[in-house]
Design a protein around this ligand. Structure first.
Ligand code: FES
Length: 128
């Protein structure tokens, strides 16, 4: 599934602040919601090597990957792997969001470009 995240309802505009960098804990997934009724959900994952942003929608059925209570399932923390709460697809968060197991194996999460400006994480406006 090839999705233009910018066309999704509630997608944040380039330059929109996401959070302070200091709010991101390495190895922990964070979720930020945008738009009316918080309809656009962004997940951000920080490692020692970088910060990765994705639309919180599984390519299998294009629904949020967290449980109803908001929790995410980190499958293998050493490999930075997230498991979708619905049908157990596994994604590598530090490798382009590639799905390595489950019903949508071979697909990818939809990346959202991020930039660091003066200690703040923002939606990158240098990428079209
Ligand atoms: S919706 Fe994620 S694996 Fe089915």
């Amino acid at each position: 599934m090839d999705v233009d995240w910018k066309k999704e309802e509630g997608a944040p505009s380039p330059g929109t602040p996401v959070c302070d960098l200091s709010d991101l804990v390495p190895g922990r997934l964070s979720k930020f919601d945008f738009g009316t009724d918080k309809v656009f959900s962004l997940i951000v994952y920080r490692t020692d090597d970088g910060i990765f942003g994705y639309v919180n929608r599984c390519p299998h059925h294009w629904i949020a990957m967290n449980r109803e209570n908001g929790e995410f399932i980190m499958w293998d923390e050493d490999e930075h792997e997230l498991m979708c709460a619905h049908h157990t697809a596994v994604f590598r968060l530090a490798h382009g969001g590639e799905c390595i197991d489950g019903p949508c194996k071979g697909s990818n999460l939809t990346s959202v470009p991020l930039a660091e400006i003066n200690g703040q994480l923002v939606i990158d406006d240098s990428v079209n």
